[in-house]
Design a protein around this ligand. Structure first.
Ligand code: SF4
Length: 448
């Protein structure tokens, strides 16, 4: 349970020294309780107080990181059951399954698909994160050879999957520095897996056969000193797996049941042989509440919609996707090139810039910060009006890059043209198309 301001205050030094930037310890406590201050701002809090406050402010589902560097994947850290309550925090990772019984060419083609299937959308690169390396052979040397090959050919995050702790240890020896997820601790091997995880500082997954056993194994692993845990309830039927995900999330968040306060791993690849059905099952787990989703293979026609779904579900519903304010050069604009202005809603930016590219008329696109609102919404909210656009145009520095003084504004902001001519003396304000689809034809007729 989160602490109240008064409970937090009792743990503070009460000297009112003001070093945290607040006039009193009580004011600081109130800000901490509201999540508007960082504990680290008070240098005088005791270790005991710090530990209590950190524990109370820890997310009910522990964030767990798999991998290192740019490809590290953070899952968990969720605080709500439903996206509209606040937002979902850390998108689930997609993993492609590779077995040590596959022949070399199949492994190569899977790694190739893993690398090639990535897409740019609203300025973001969407791609899968993980390879799940499975020790189907039961032989340590074969598993070791697969791990070796994959670590040399790919920088993907790794899940090591074996029933045999010795085989896992053999694979781990090769890729320990990549901090793989060890899959899986069971009732039979829990102590060995706990040692492997602690000695290598790697996260470990638990595989149980039902939720009761999952809670029991989670507690044992925690007591053994393992902190980074991922949960697999063991269900491989659609209905049961779905119910388990809801039960785990709700126990962790609503009942504060610490044993389930970890992200989950799910296996659509073990629930059907039909690739399309597998993608549909994976889509369900993106929404409810898979932390890592293991697929039997990646194909563009199923992976792309999954990546888009994940992007949409894990955006902040209170904050539209936004592009940075500034001047964007499209093509190779020169001093005679057209200058257009639009808002920084990402979708607006990418549609407008795409249409300018299509026109093949090199242009400057001025993107005004409207807090991620589209043209009409920003205009209606007073964020894309003459006295907001004009100062931005002046300070953008575009005047130093062009000879003409013509500014093309979106057709939906036509009402601002008079105001802009007053605010920007010497500029001619041109009213561009209302619809982005007409930008290309409009620019082709451009004359400086
Ligand atoms: Fe109180 Fe710490 Fe802030 Fe000083 S820095 S006023 S002790 S909370």
């Amino acid at each position: 349970m989160p602490l109240t301001g008064i409970e937090i205050f009792k743990l503070l030094p009460k000297t009112n020294c003001k070093e945290c930037g607040e006039p009193t310890c009580l004011a600081f406590a109130m800000k901490l309780a509201a999540g508007r201050a960082e504990l680290a701002l008070c240098p005088y809090i005791s270790e005991e107080g710090k530990a209590k406050l950190e524990e109370a402010s820890a997310p009910p589902i522990r964030p767990v990181t798999i991998g290192v560097g740019d490809r590290a994947l953070k899952v968990g850290g969720e605080t709500v059951m439903f996206r509209h309550e606040k937002r979902f925090e850390n998108p689930p990772g997609f993993a492609i399954l590779i077995s040590d019984t596959m022949d070399e060419s199949e492994v190569d083609s899977r790694l190739e698909r893993f690398d090639q299937l990535q897409y740019e959308r609203v300025g973001l690169i969407l791609r899968p994160e993980l390879v799940a390396l499975k020790n189907d052979s039961g032989q340590a040397d074969k598993f070791e050879a697969l791990v070796n090959k994959v670590t040399q050919q790919s920088d993907a995050g790794i899940i090591l999957m074996s029933r045999d702790p010795d085989c896992l240890a053999a694979g781990l020896k090769i890729c320990e520095d990549r901090k793989p997820l060890l899959y899986a601790a069971t009732g039979e091997n829990l102590d060995q897996l706990a040692d492997l995880a602690k000695n290598s500082s790697c996260p470990v997954a638990i595989k149980a056969s039902n939720l009761d056993e999952l809670a029991e194994l989670s507690d044992k692993l925690t007591q053994a000193g393992v902190k980074d845990i991922v949960l697999d309830s063991g269900s491989r039927t659609l209905r049961q797996a779905f119910e388990d995900q809801i039960a785990i999330r709700s126990a962790a968040l609503v009942k504060k049941f610490r044993s389930f306060g970890f992200p989950t791993i799910v296996f659509p690849c073990e629930m059907t042989d039909d690739p399309m059905k597998e993608a549909v099952i994976a889509a369900m787990f993106v929404a409810k509440y898979g932390g890592i989703i293991v697929l039997s293979d990646f194909q563009g026609e199923s992976l792309f919609p999954l990546l888009i779904e994940r992007l949409n579900i894990y955006t902040d519903p209170q904050r539209p996707l936004a592009t940075t304010e500034g001047i964007y050069k499209i093509g190779n604009p020169d001093e005679n090139s057209p200058v257009l202005v639009t808002t920084n809603f990402s979708l607006t930016y990418f549609i407008v810039s795409g249409e300018i590219e299509t026109s093949k008329v090199s242009s400057y696109l001025l993107v005004k910060d409207t807090e991620g609102l589209s043209v009409m919404t920003a205009w209606a909210a007073g964020k894309f009006v003459a006295d907001a656009i004009a100062p931005f145009v002046k300070k953008s520095g575009i005047e130093d890059q062009i000879k003409h003084h013509k500014l093309i504004i979106p057709g939906y902001a036509a009402a601002e043209s008079g105001g802009l001519e007053e605010e920007l003396p010497g500029w001619e304000i041109l009213i561009g198309p209302r619809e982005a689809a007409h930008i290309s034809a409009y620019l082709k007729a451009w004359k400086p």
